[in-house]
Write a protein that binds this ligand. Sequence first.
Ligand SMILES: *Cc1c(COP(=O)(O)O)cnc(C)c1O
Length: 326
Amino acid sequence: MTVVQPLHILTPLVPSPELSHRTGVNIWLKLENIQPSGSFKIRGLGHISQKAVQQHGDQAHLVCSSGGNAGLAVAYAGRKLGVKATIVVPTTTSEFMRKKIEAEGATVVVEGEAWDEADKRARAIIATDPHAVYMPPFDHPDVWKGNSTMIPEIKAQLGGIVPDAVVCSVGGGGLINGIILGLQEAGWNNVPVLALETNGANSFQQSFAAGQLVTLPKITSIATTLGAKTVSAKTFELSQVHPVVPHVVEDAEAVRACHQFLSDHRFLVEPSCGAALAAAYTPGLFVKTFPHLKKNSNIVMIVCGGSNINFEILEQFKNQFGVGSH
Ligand SMILES: *Cc1c(COP(=O)(O)O)cnc(C)c1O
C-alpha cells in the first residue's frame, strides 16, 4: 500500500504569553493560518480532493462554488495533485480573491450575484463531465475527517496535558464538526468547545438557542467567510452530545481582535478568525463561560486564518468600525 501524503502541513501549537497575560489562563495557539492556502480549509478539502483523485486518477476535475478560502484550498489541491480545478464564484467575490485562485492555476468562472447561482453553475459543469467531483466547503463527512486531523496533532503537541477548552469560529460548521469528532476520537469527550460567530452570521447560536436548525433570512456580518445561512445539521447534532457553548461577538470586536492579534503576534488574519480570537480580547469571557478554569488551565485557540485580508482591507474595516485609533 502506498502512503498518501496529506496536502496540509503539521502546524505549530505555540504558547501565547500575550493572550495568557490578558486572560489569566494558559493560551495555546494552533496556527492554521500558516497552512498552504492560508487557512485550515486545506485539511478537509485536501482530504476530499485526494479521494477524488484516487477515484478518477489524472482525469479528476475538482469543482467548487466558493470564492473564499474553500475555493482557494481546492485550487491549491488541484495544482498539487496535478488535476484540473474549476472554481465558480459570484460577482461579489473580490478581484483580490479571484486573482489568488487563478494564481494557483485554477479556472475561475464568474456566475450570478449570489452563491446560489454560482453553485447552480458548478453543478451544471459537473453534469457535463463524468470525472468532475463536487467539492463541498463544509457539509461533508470527508471534509470533517480532514479537519479533524488537527486534534491528534494538538494531543501530541500538548504532551499529556488535556485542554480545558478549545476555541474556534463557526461558519457552516465544517471546522467545529472536525474538532468535535477529533476530540471524541481522542477520548476527550469532556473537553468543551467555545464556538464563536459574528452577529449577523450567527446561524449556529440561533439554532442552539431554538433547539432546532434555524435559517437566517440573510447574512449581515462583514465576516462573509462565516456567512452560512444555515449551519450543518451535523453541527447541531454534535452540539447535543458534546459540550459546546456558542458565543456571538460584534463585527467591530472581530475587527479589533484582528488588529490586536497583528500587534501581539505579528499575524494578519480575516475577521472570521478574529471572531474566535475576540474571545481572548473580551475581558473575563473565559472565566465567565467556564467557571472551573484556574490559573494554570489550558485553552487551545484555533487560529483558522483566512486569505481574504491584506493591510488595505484591514484598514477599511478598521475605519468602518473606528478601530485602532486608541
Ligand atoms: C471556512 C472558514 C471558517 C468557518 O469554517 P466552517 O467550516 O464554515 O464553519 C472560519 N474561518 C476561516 C478563515 C475559514 O476559512
